[in-house]
Design a protein around this ligand. Structure first.
Ligand code: GLN
Length: 197
């Protein structure tokens, strides 16, 4: 069975685990560098990116997360996880894991609309997907090799660059598991290619 990790330092971990299991894959909570060797793909959950980044530092996981991406293993960042994956952050002169060729702005939907739900059309995934936004970032700009999968009010809210996937919202907070299933398929495709090499 395909094994999907969820970075379990802070944030919406159990919701992603539930969604992965609902899709028929095995979910493993990842708490340190050696756990990472157990999984074929990794979800970085929503939560608070500054706190998560501090914990990544405390548990000395930054380099192994970067190596995971460099090895071509699929990674999916949701909300704070998207911020962790991005190469550029508006208002900051540094990035975190620094792998997804996108410029991301934090808390970009304003204080009044801290939290809202809307239906999104998501390329290759769904005509109507119930997307929950909580103090969400958005993608301001993407590099040439990045495919935009969804926008909301003219802002990019989901994108894919090869084995890297990111979205502004929380797909794990509803019972619609199509985005999780899409990510698991990315992981399966990569494993199938390796077997055929
Ligand atoms: N606002 C949070 C941050 O900047 C992200 C919110 C979320 O993950 N729901 O880290």
């Amino acid at each position: 069975m395909v094994k999907i990790g969820v970075l379990a330092l802070q944030g919406a971990v159990s919701e992603h685990v539930r969604s992965i299991e609902a899709c028929g894959a095995e979910a493993i909570a990842i708490k340190n560098t050696s756990d990472l060797t157990l999984v074929d793909g990794l979800i970085l959950p929503g939560g608070e990116s500054t706190t998560m980044r501090k914990l990544i530092g405390r548990f000395e996981m930054l380099e192994s997360l970067q190596q995971f991406a460099a090895a071509g293993k699929p990674m999916f960042g949701t909300c704070a996880g998207l911020i962790l994956l991005a190469k550029h952050l508006v208002g900051y002169d540094f990035a975190h894991i620094d792998v997804l060729d996108a410029k991301v702005e934090r808390n970009s939907f304003g204080r009044q609309v801290y939290s809202f739900e809307t239906n999104l059309k998501i390329k290759d995934v769904a005509e109507h997907f119930p997307a929950v936004f909580i103090s969400a970032p958005h993608i301001v700009d993407v590099g040439e090799t990045v495919d935009i999968l969804a926008t909301f009010e003219g802002r990019i809210v989901m994108a894919r660059q090869g084995h890297l996937l990111g979205c502004s919202f929380h797909p794990e907070l509803t019972d619609d598991h199509r985005i999780t299933a899409y990510f698991i398929e990315m992981v399966r495709e990569r494993l199938a290619k390796r077997v055929n090499l």
